[in-house]
Design a protein around this ligand. Structure first.
Ligand code: ADP
Length: 371
C-alpha cells in the first residue's frame, strides 16, 4: 500500500459522474487515492462516523438530500472532515453559501481538470487542519480569559475584607488616641486612610469590571432615547455642578443588553463632563448615524474638554490607565476598559478622536442583527 494514501469518500448518485471523477483522480496521481463511492447522504455520514476519511467530495443533489442542506447536515455530523462540494451548475452563490456552511472548496462538474481536483483536495485537507488549530487556540484563549476574570474576581472580592479592617481600625485609632497624637502622627494616619479608601475604590471598580463577564448576557430591543434620558438623570448632580449642557439626537432602538448599554453611555458622558476645561462649561453632544455599508449604528459622544494626545488613544482603553492623578481628576482608570468590554461583547468597535485643548469624540458601533 502507498504510504501517503489518501482516503476519499465520493458522495454521488450519478454513476457516469462518479466514474468520471474516479478516472480524473487516477489520471492525476495514480495510487495516491483510495476512493469509495456512496449514493446516499445518511449512508455517507454513517460511513464517515465509522471510518477515517481524509476528504469528502460531496454532490449537492442526492436522493435523500438536496442543495445546501446536504452540506449543513454533513458538516454538523462530521465537522472534522474536510468537504469539497461538487456542483452540477456554475452557481457561484450556492458555492459560496456552501463554504459558509462549512465546506472547504467547490468544484463545478464538467469543468474539472485532474490537477484542479488534486489541488482542491489538498487545499481542503490543509485548510481543515489549520481551522482545527485555530479553533483549538481560540477555545484555549477563551478558557484562559475566563480563568483570569475569575481570578480577578476572587482576588478583588477577598481583598475587600482586610482592607476594610485597615481603614476601620485606622479611624478608630485616631478617635481613641487623638489627644495623645502629634500633628505628624495624625498626618500619617490620614495618609493610611486615604490610601485604603483609594484601594477600596480600585477594588470596587475591578470587581464591577470582572462581574461584567459573569452576568448573563441577554440582548433585547433597547430604546436608546430612554437609556440616555435615564443616564442624564443619574448624572444630574455632575451636570448641575459643572453647568454642562448635554444634547442628544433622536436615538434608535438597538439589539443590546440594556444594563450594559446604559453603563456605556454613562461612562462616556460622565467623562465628557469630567474632563472639561477649567474656563469653559462642558458642552456634550451625543450623535448617531446608521452606517448602511456595515449595517451598524455608529454613536458618538463629543465634548469641548481638555482633549487627549494621539499617543494615548490606545492605552486609555486599558484597565487602570489614567492620564491624570486622582487629585487633578477623580477616577480609577477603569471606565473606558469597561466601555471597551461592553462594546466588544456586542461585536462592535470603540475608538477615540481628539485634539488637545479643543475636545474629544468617542465613537462606538452596535451592529444591527442580520435579516
Ligand atoms: P477614569 O476617568 O476613572 O480615569 P477612564 O477609563 O474612564 O478612567 O478614562 C481613562 C483616561 O482617559 C482618563 O484618566 C482621562 O485621562 C482620559 N479620558 C477619558 N475620557 C476623556 C475625555 N472625554 N476627555 C479627555 N480625556 C479623557
Amino acid at each position: 500500500m502507498h504510504d501517503n494514501l489518501l482516503k476519499v469518500l465520493l458522495v454521488e448518485d450519478n454513476k457516469p459522474d462518479a466514474r468520471l471523477l474516479e478516472k480524473l483522480l487516477a489520471k492525476a496521481e495514480r495510487n495516491k487515492y483510495e476512493l469509495r463511492q456512496i449514493e446516499l447522504l445518511q449512508e455517507a455520514i454513517a460511513c464517515l462516523q465509522a471510518d477515517n476519511f481524509d476528504v469528502v467530495l460531496l454532490d449537492l443533489g442526492l436522493p435523500d438530500s438536496q442543495g445546501l442542506e446536504t452540506v449543513r447536515q454533513m458538516h454538523a455530523a462530521v465537522p472534522q472532515v474536510p468537504i469539497v462540494v461538487l456542483t452540477g451548475w456554475d452557481d457561484q452563490e450556492i458555492a459560496v453559501q456552501a463554504l459558509r456552511e462549512g465546506a472547504q472548496d467547490y468544484l463545478v462538474k464538467g469543468e474539472i481538470q485532474p490537477l484542479w481536483l488534486v489541488r482542491a483536495i489538498n487545499y481542503a485537507i490543509e485548510r481543515e487542519k489549520m481551522l482545527e488549530k485555530l479553533e483549538n487556540l481560540n477555545s484555549e484563549l477563551a478558557r484562559s480569559n475566563q480563568e483570569l476574570e475569575q481570578f480577578a474576581y476572587i482576588v478583588s472580592h477577598d481583598l475587600q475584607q482586610p482592607l476594610m479592617s485597615i481603614s476601620g481600625f485606622a479611624k478608630l485609632f485616631v478617635k481613641t488616641y487623638e489627644d495623645r497624637l502629634d500633628a505628624q502622627a495624625l498626618h500619617f494616619i490620614d495618609r493610611i486612610v486615604t490610601g485604603a479608601n483609594r484601594m477600596q475604590e480600585l477594588i470596587k471598580d475591578l470587581l464591577s469590571y470582572s462581574r461584567l463577564g459573569k452576568k448573563e448576557f441577554v440582548l433585547d430591543a433597547t430604546d436608546c432615547n430612554q437609556v440616555v434620558a435615564q443616564v442624564l438623570s443619574n448624572l444630574q448632580g455632575a451636570i448641575a455642578s459643572s453647568g454642562a449642557i448635554v444634547a442628544y439626537e433622536n436615538m434608535p432602538t438597538v439589539m443590546a443588553n440594556e444594563w450594559q448599554i446604559a453603563q456605556l453611555f454613562q461612562n462616556l458622558i460622565a467623562n465628557a463632563i469630567k474632563y472639561s476645561r477649567p474656563d469653559l462649561a462642558p458642552r456634550v453632544n451625543v450623535s448617531v448615524e446608521m452606517k448602511q455599508e456595515l449595517n451598524e449604528w455608529q454613536f458618538g459622544i463629543h465634548d469641548n474638554g481638555i482633549g487627549i494626545k494621539p499617543e494615548h488613544f490606545e492605552r486609555i482603553f486599558d484597565i487602570f490607565q489614567r492620564l491624570h492623578n486622582a487629585e487633578e481628576y477623580s477616577g480609577t482608570g477603569i471606565g473606558l476598559a469597561i466601555c471597551k468590554k461592553i462594546v466588544e461583547s456586542h461585536k462592535g468597535r470603540i475608538w477615540v478622536e481628539s485634539e488637545l485643548g479643543v475636545g474629544t469624540s468617542f465613537y462606538f458601533t452596535i451592529p444591527e442583527p442580520d435579516m
